[in-house]
Design a protein around this ligand. Sequence first.
Ligand code: 4NP
Length: 158
Amino acid sequence: MASILFVCLGNICRSPLAEGVAAAFAMQNGKEVQLDSAGTGAWHIGNPPDSRSIAVAQSYGVDISRQKARQLQVTDFARFDLICAMDRQNLADIQALRAANSEASNHAEVRLLLDFAPDGIGQDVPDPYYGDGSDFLHVWTLVNQAMPSLFSALLGED
Ligand code: 4NP
């Protein structure tokens, strides 16, 4: 089964939302994919998503409250087909982890999430951690814009 890992810094704000949006998109479109999320940082390991991410997802009928934060592992490069970074710093950190570990697999393709959004090429999903509810809603909107092309690219469809 095709697989996607969404990666941000803390794995409590953006990537849990992206995982939830992707799960909802897959369900609504009858696609089977394996989904997960992780953070490049270790601060929030084991924690649920930020309450503001849970709230914005809940307002669209998506429950992300049972996710638990984890840190990106070298083994993720073998486990996932696609690793989607939320911003360019995440992308650089993911690539640095791969470069620093000679045992890291070449399997996963590592991309910026918004490379899949119309007009989003090279753009970041901004970190909403120090923002307010509108910043989390913006994350929700941006992540949704990437889904159709992301799934088409992953599943090799139009
Ligand atoms: P995320 O947001 O990367 O979207 O999960 C953040 C969460 C926590 C921190 C930074 C960003 N932090 O510094 O603890």
